[in-house]
Each structure stands twice: as C-alpha cells, then as structure tokens.
Design a protein around this ligand. Structure first.
Ligand SMILES: Nc1ncnc2c1ncn2[C@@H]1O[C@H](COP(=O)(O)OP(=O)(O)OP(=O)(O)O)[C@@H](O)[C@H]1O
Ligand SMILES: [Mg+2]
Length: 265
C-alpha cells in the first residue's frame, strides 16, 4: 500500500516586499491519502484547496511540516503523482491521441508503442474514435476525458485533480462523476479531488475533507460510502434519493454555511 502523507503542514507564500510576515495560508494540516482512498476537499474560495494540491504534487514546498510518499520526503513533482488542472491545458497543436501519448515520451517508448498505449487509454476513457480529433474539435467533457487519459498515461500512484468537472453542464457532470469512479477503480491510484459541489463530494469521496478559511485548516473529515455503493452497482439516482445522502447533504451545507458566518463575524 502506498501513502501520500501531509504531516503538520503550514504554508506561507513568500511576501513580495520581503519585510512583512506573509499571511498564513494553511495551518497545521494533517492528511493521509492511501492508494485506495478517494479524498475530496471542499471549502470556500481562497481557503487554500489549490495550495494544498500543489503541495501534494510537489510543486511547492511547505513552510513547515513534511510531505512524504511512502515515508520519503518529496523533492518535487514526480510521475508517480499526476495532476489534472481545472482548465485542463491540452496542447492545442496536437491531436487527442498525441496529447495522451505525450507523457509516454518521458518513459522512453518508441512512437508506435506510444500511440498504441495512448489508443488503449482513449478507449478506457470512452473515446475510442477521438484520437485524430484536434483539441478544438472536442467538447468540454471530451477534453476533460483526454486530460484524464493523459494523466493516467504515466501510471501514477496518485491522481490529483483540481475541480476537473467545474466547467461542465450538470448532465455531463453527473455522467463524468460515474466515469471518474470507474477510472479510479480500474487505475488503483489514490485520488485527491477538489470541488465546490457538496453533491459531487458526496458522490465521489471515500472521505470528505472540509477546509475552513483564514488560514486553511481541516474543519471536518467525514467518511462516506456512496462511491463504493455506486461501484458495487447501486445507480447514482438511487444514492442521491436516499435519506442518508440527503441528510449528509443538509448537514454539510449547514456546516459550511456556519463556517462562513464565523468568518464574516
Ligand atoms: N502563488 C501564490 N502567491 C501568493 N499567494 C498565493 C499564491 N497562490 C495562492 N495564493 C493565496 O493563497 C490563498 C489560497 O489560495 P488557493 O488558490 O489555494 O485557494 P482555493 O481554495 O483553491 O480557492 P478557489 O476555490 O478560488 O480556487 C489565497 O489567499 C491566494 O491569494
Ligand atoms: Mg483553487
């Protein structure tokens, strides 16, 4: 079992003027992501969600505390952690299949092998015939799937996603949630996903982490089982309609709301 661990992490960005103390963005965060976890982070804008993901990816060092992967300190980004950004930047001058094949260069594969693996990944994300399409010919949902296929190309142990479904219409979004869970199960990579949607958090997470703002702290961590129920065959509408889902939805909405009032007061 692999574990990506954030241990007592605090973060300040270096201040521009060099003099005054930069504000504290994240305050003593402790978070373990095991390879069978699907962690969803929710919290209001500016609470530090993207900063947290950037720390887990190794793009940023923490100001204090440690980020470790299987006990070893991270020294920077690595192919064991793939990142899907919010506005996923596919390379517009490449076709869909070339975008997916791109990270395979880093693994030293020849062109033919790269395209073969990329085609298999496109099939896995449900786009078997989209390979030759240019990026601008794809819908938003298709682009996100190409982005996820590209992230999976490096066989990551952890998949880190910053609001990957934020720009999609409601229907596509629900379909993509099911797709993400299927991907998660098939890839056996631990997942960390950021969202603003309580419904999405409940549907995807094995654990929901609520980040409070100013500075970002873990206000609540809630184990959830709807994702596993979905993978065991219970349809999404049935899960959403269940008393338990609705109750948790209400509780979380109330909790996040009261956090906001606390900040405003
Ligand atoms: N590179 C940076 N340099 C300085 N400050 C930054 C930097 N990136 C983020 N911040 C600050 O850190 C705080 C948290 O930002 P972050 O992007 O992590 O929030 P977020 O929870 O992802 O917000 P959103 O929901 O709007 O995406 C904000 O106050 C932001 O201004
Ligand atoms: Mg963000």
């Amino acid at each position: 079992m692999s574990v990506l661990r954030l241990e007592n992490i605090s973060l300040r960005y270096p201040s521009g003027d060099g003099g005054s103390q930069a504000p504290l963005i994240l305050d003593r965060i402790n978070l373990d992501i095991a390879d069978d976890d699907f962690i969803v982070v929710i919290g209001r804008s500016g609470s530090g969600k993207t900063s947290l993901l950037n720390l887990a990816a190794g793009f940023l060092p923490p100001s204090s505390g440690h980020v470790t992967l299987d006990g070893r300190s991270l020294s920077g980004p690595g192919s064991d952690r793939a990142v899907v950004f919010q506005d996923d930047a596919l390379y517009p001058w490449l076709t869909a299949i070339e975008n997916v094949a791109f990270p395979l260069r880093l693994r030293g594969l020849g062109r033919e092998q790269r395209l073969k693996e990329a085609q298999a990944l496109l099939e896995r994300v449900g786009l078997p015939s989209a390979g030759a399409a240019k990026v601008w010919e794809l819908s938003g949902g298709m682009r996100q799937r190409v982005g996820i296929a590209r992230a999976l190309a490096s066989h990551p142990r952890f998949l880190l996603m910053d609001e990957p479904l934020g720009a999609l219409d409601a229907l596509t979004r629900v379909r993509m949630q099911g797709f993400l869970l299927d991907m998660w199960q098939a890839s056996r990579a631990g997942a960390l996903l950021i969202t603003h949607s309580i419904d999405e958090a409940l549907m995807l997470a094995t654990r929901i982490v609520v980040l409070s703002a100013g500075p970002g702290r873990i206000a609540k961590a809630i184990p959830v089982r709807f994702a596993r129920d979905y993978l065991a065959g219970v349809p999404q509408p049935e899960l959403r309609a269940s008393t338990q889902f609705r109750r948790l939805h209400d509780d979380l909405t109330g909790f996040i709301h009261s956090e906001d009032e606390g900040v405003a007061a």
